[in-house]
Write a protein that binds this ligand. Structure first.
Ligand SMILES: Nc1ncnc2c1ncn2[C@@H]1O[C@H](COP(=O)(O)OP(=O)(O)OP(=O)(O)O)[C@@H](O)[C@H]1O
Ligand SMILES: [Mg+2]
Length: 368
């Protein structure tokens, strides 16, 4: 048995809910080898017992595959404080609340949802920012009708772009048109940190954050950088996407982010000529999943051609057609989200300090 063998076996163990392994995250410490026996510590960021158990199971299995000796896995996890208060790291302290919009897979309507929820919150009198954290595929500028606008620079800070009563920033606004990016994990982390720290956001009631699909570096970095007040999962009603959505909800749980609810998007089809609603995939298929995670479906948004054209043309439906059925549903979802944020804050707020101790390697080593 050698350190190399142990590390290579443990690099097959993914950190639950993420696509990176525990060695790459730098969580494995204190490897001790005695002939064929191995013991080591995994110093994790989560206090959830199921995360620890999963790591113990997976690590034991991988080591048993390469060694016949004893395997001892010690888990070091942070103690969650009993009563939480908005403490822990916040690199954007002028922002009071953060809403993370997430989904397990791509193309389900996260960006469309983020834009319309942000506008609905602004219409309700909140001071709202919208951060496009999709570094690879930024399309918020197009959806907000500001793809031709370059942001103003003030010293070494960048001013957000204003549209429809919302402050917006996106990698798309900082790059030349048509530039494509292949980012490495560490650069994504750095980019998200800079979006929070180096953009001159006003004193915001809420920053809506449109995430890239999946549960990866961007999500972890965000949860480590600011106390995310609530998470919103966007899903579509087809059975096949439910597993993906479950992953997204599970990620919120592991990161100790309270879940504001599920938006079931593309839930039926409204014919533009007759206004008749056709139930295509079956509605409410996300209900059992909502129950499982003790949350609610806060809106069912139908497939409506004007939602897509609104996105393509930079004319969001909640702004240009507020009396439409879908706009009303976005508005009521936004009200529900805000009500939950107020409740969470009244109860003492969220605490992301448990996600702090282990900043994944590479974050500070990389410069953009
Ligand atoms: N309810 C809807 N009715 C009609 N079209 C919709 C609806 N929701 C989203 N779309 C369209 O579906 C496409 C994908 O939506 P969107 O870009 O919001 O998804 P996404 O989850 O952000 O995707 P990605 O994972 O690529 O970031 C877009 O063209 C959008 O206009
Ligand atoms: Mg998107």
């Amino acid at each position: 048995m050698t350190n190399e063998i142990v590390n290579s076996a443990l690099s097959k163990v993914m950190y639950p809910g993420f696509t990176k392994d525990i060695v790459t995250f730098g969580f494995v410490k204190d490897i001790k080898i005695d002939a064929t026996d191995v013991s080591f510590t995994v110093d994790i960021t989560s206090s959830a017992p199921e995360v620890a158990q999963q790591i113990i199971d997976d690590a034991t299995r991988e080591l048993k595959a390469v060694s016949a000796g004893k395997v001892v896995v010690n888990i070091k996890s942070p103690q969650m404080p009993k009563e939480s208060s908005s403490k822990g790291k916040n690199i954007a302290p002028q922002v009071k609340n953060f809403l993370m919009v997430s989904s397990g897979k791509g193309g389900v309507g996260k960006s469309t949802t983020s834009v319309n929820i942000a506008i609905a919150l602004a219409q309700q009198g909140k001071k709202v920012g919208l951060l496009d954290a999709d570094i690879y595929g930024p399309n918020i500028p197009r959806m907000m009708g500001v793809s031709d606008i370059k942001p103003e620079v003030n010293g070494n800070k960048v001013l957000p772009i204003k549209a429809y009563g919302v402050e917006m920033m996106s990698m798309g606004s900082l790059m030349q048109e048509g530039q494509s990016l292949m980012w490495r994990g560490a650069m994504i982390m750095k980019a998200i940190e800079q979006f929070l720290r180096d953009i001159l956001w006003s004193e915001l009631d809420i920053l809506v954050i449109d995430m890239p699909p999946g549960t990866g570096d961007a999500q972890l970095t965000l949860a480590q950088s600011v106390p995310v007040t609530v998470g919103l999962t966007v899903t579509t009603p087809q059975g096949v996407s439910l597993d993906d959505s479950r992953r997204s909800l599970d990620m919120f749980k592991k990161l100790n982010i309270p879940i504001a609810g599920i938006i079931e998007n593309m839930s039926g089809f409204i014919a533009p000529d007759t206004g008749v609603l056709y139930d295509i995939f079956g509605k409410g298929t996300s209900q059992p999943m909502a129950d499982e995670f003790d949350t609610k479906i806060i809106a069912e948004i139908p497939i409506e051609p004007s939602i897509r054209t609104g996105g393509d043309e930079g004319k969001p439906i909640t702004f240009v057609n507020p009396s439409s059925e879908s706009s009303k549903r976005y508005v009521s979802a936004a009200q529900s989200i805000w009500a939950q944020i107020e409740k969470i804050n009244a109860d003492g707020g969220v605490d992301n300090s448990a996600v702090q101790p282990n900043t994944p390697p590479g974050v500070s080593a990389c410069s953009m």
